[in-house]
Design a protein around this ligand. Sequence first.
Ligand code: SF4
Ligand SMILES: [Zn+2]
Length: 146
Amino acid sequence: MTGSRTQPGTHVAEHAPCWGELDFAVADDRWKTEKDLVAICAPNLYVCGGCPYRAECIQQVLPAKSNFDGICGGRIWLNGTIIHALPEAQSSELLAPVIRKSCGTAAGSRAHRRAVEQQCPRCELFARFMPDPADEAEQLELPDIS
Ligand code: SF4
Ligand SMILES: [Zn+2]
């Protein structure tokens, strides 16, 4: 499902480098598999590298909640989870952590990860010992724009 990103006037910045690009919020009828989605998105992901709105983009689209498919905030998302990220994508760009009863435990850290939000200070330690699957995602071959 695509998020609110496709609706005119709702984007964080109509001056964003991706504004109006159909290959960022990819319509459901253009792809069937993860491979299809990545094939559409990967050639454009580099655009987020120079974008100053990565955090705002994620705050607006709420990809995890909207089960977003496409590019948002320097990441490729499938059904609201990150499947690829630019090397320069920072975890500080993700949503602020929700504090839960489980915070300060491995389960708390996993809950932040499932919600695709930052780790809270008490869960940070656990996150360091659990590699993030998104960090381990295969690096995409991006076009050389230099
Ligand atoms: S971070 Fe990427 S998807 Fe978001 S506004 Fe910037 S260029 Fe567009
Ligand atoms: Zn926590």
